[in-house]
Design a protein around this ligand. Structure first.
Ligand SMILES: *[C@@H]1O[C@H](CO)[C@@H](O)[C@H](O)[C@H]1NC(C)=O
Ligand SMILES: *[C@@H]1O[C@H](CO)[C@@H](O)[C@H](O)[C@H]1NC(C)=O
Length: 371
């Protein structure tokens, strides 16, 4: 047994170091990265709702909401009443867009938003626009409304602070013209959305999660920007008086079941507006007793060019129309990802997810997308 103790100290140290390093990497890999992009966590464990809890189509039809609705009552210029008629709609994706963003809309129509991928009409994709003060622009928008048939439009002015009204318009459209749909998603026109992945994730949800679903990328402990007053995200004390926003889902993309849409809509009519639409939805969700759920596939980063990653995630952010087209093309052409490639692109994506919080410009491009 004496030989055992004669083991060279030098080598054993190396061995121990290598072993420790390997174990460390393994543990980091497992703890930090070893979650897939289909992982749901519940936030904001709210108690009872402060608004009526049973809000269904009948409630909405029988209740006179006009007295409440002064805040968000705008006429539809284009309402696409037939978009969902006679179809068994599983998911409606509504993309908020500005009148001038026709290139972005066209890129989405050609890529992830091409409805012909879903031949039975069970996934519908449309754009939500508002009025433009620029007469020339408004004329071309009207032409687009007529020729494309995929735009709902409200008659109020476009501005960041009117985004909230636009979101409520989406909810109203859904409960009025598409209340048979199972899920409604709100997203923006600089996003990539992997609809096929989203649909399969939604289909695999458990019943308990499916009722009153409000799911996306969670934002927790965010404080209102109080200065400078001209900051894009400035929120006054009158708009929101507390120091911290309730848990909310990033406006880059969230999905709601129709039951949640109804309750959020009616709650919004009873809740005073504030400029940030995603925070506002979080406030309404809290009042309605709907807990937001964070889904690891909903990201608001840009992942560079990794086909395997884009197969797994549901949303990613900051794409120019050209980038969207290039990436879509590659996604169509490249074969399925194997386990190893898939695993390493997951690790890469997770690393981007974390690093982009420290080095945002590297991944988000810091304003490169502004037109
Ligand atoms: C959508 O896809 C179909 C079939 O691949 C194609 O024929 C059509 O041109 C596409 N639509 C757009 C707007 O690119
Ligand atoms: C929002 O839209 C309404 C109706 O067009 C308009 O009167 C109001 O000025 C807009 N708000 C902002 C902040 O632009």
């Amino acid at each position: 047994m004496a030989g055992w103790y004669k083991f060279p100290v030098q080598r054993s140290k190396t061995f121990v170091n290598v072993l420790a390093a390997t174990m460390f990497l393994l543990i980091v890999n497992m703890c930090v990265f070893w979650t897939d992009f289909n992982h749901v966590v519940k936030y904001g464990h709210y108690g009872a709702a402060t608004v009526p809890s049973k809000i269904d189509d009948l409630f909405i039809r029988r209740t006179d909401l006009s007295s409440l609705a002064h805040r968000h009552m705008y006429r539809f210029v284009s309402s696409l009443e037939d978009k969902c008629k006679g179809k068994d709609v599983f998911l409606v994706v509504v993309v908020t867009s500005a009148p001038a963003h026709v290139k972005r809309r066209n890129a989405i129509r050609k890529t992830w938003g091409n409805e012909t991928m879903f031949p039975h009409g069970n996934v519908r994709i449309l754009f939500a626009l508002v009025h433009s003060d620029n007469a020339h622009l408004e004329t071309s928008v009207q032409r687009e409304v007529q020729t494309r048939g995929d735009i709902i439009q409200g008659d109020f002015r476009d501005s960041y602070r009117n985004m909230t009204t636009k979101t409520v318009m989406i909810l109203r459209w859904a409960v009025t013209f598409c209340s048979g749909a199972k899920y409604v998603m709100k997203t923006d026109d600089d996003m990539f959305v992997n609809i096929k992945t989203l649909v399969s994730h939604l289909q695999s949800l458990e019943l308990e999660v499916r009722t009153d679903l409000f799911m996306g990328a969670i934002q927790t402990g965010v404080r209102p920007v109080r200065r400078p007053r001209n900051d894009r995200y400035y929120v006054s004390k009158e708009d929101f008086s507390d120091d911290v926003y309730p848990d909310y889902l990033s406006g880059t993309g969230y999905v709601m079941s129709m039951g949640a849409v109804r309750r959020l809509y009616v709650t919004a009519l009873m809740t005073s507006s504030m400029p940030m639409e995603d925070v506002y939805m979080g406030i309404c969700a809290e009042r309605a007793g709907i807990a937001p759920r964070s889904h690891s596939g909903f990201t608001f980063h840009r992942f560079g060019f990794t086909v395997c990653t884009h197969r797994q995630i549901v949303t990613s952010h900051h794409y120019s129309p050209t980038e969207l087209l290039t990436m879509w093309d590659a996604l169509q052409r490249s074969p399925e990802c194997g386990w190893v490639r898939g695993h390493f692109s997951t690790i890469y994506a997770k690393a981007v997810n974390r690093l982009s919080m420290i080095l945002p410009c590297l991944f988000i491009g810091c304003g490169a997308m502004e037109e």
